[in-house]
Design a protein. Structure first.
Length: 68
C-alpha cells in the first residue's frame, strides 16, 4: 500500500506541474500574445507524453490527473 501512496503523490505532483504550466502559458499569451491559445490541445499532448513514459495509465487518467 505504501507504493500506491507514493504513486498517488507523484501523480498529484505531476498534475500540479501541469496546472502551473497552463498558468504560465495563459499569462504569456495575455501579456505577449505569443502562446498557443488552445491550451486543451497542449493538455492532451502532455497526457499522451506522460502515458508514453509510463507515468499515467489509461484507466486511471481521470482519477489521478483530471485535466480541464
Amino acid at each position: 500500500l505504501e507504493w500506491i501512496d507514493c504513486l498517488n503523490s507523484i501523480m498529484y505532483w505531476t498534475c500540479d506541474l501541469i496546472e502551473i504550466l497552463e498558468y504560465i502559458v495563459q499569462l504569456r499569451d495575455e501579456r505577449f500574445r505569443t502562446a498557443n491559445p488552445n491550451v486543451n490541445n497542449e493538455n492532451s499532448r502532455m497526457v499522451e507524453l506522460l502515458k508514453e513514459v509510463g507515468l499515467l495509465k489509461d484507466s486511471l487518467d481521470d482519477y489521478l490527473c483530471p485535466l480541464k
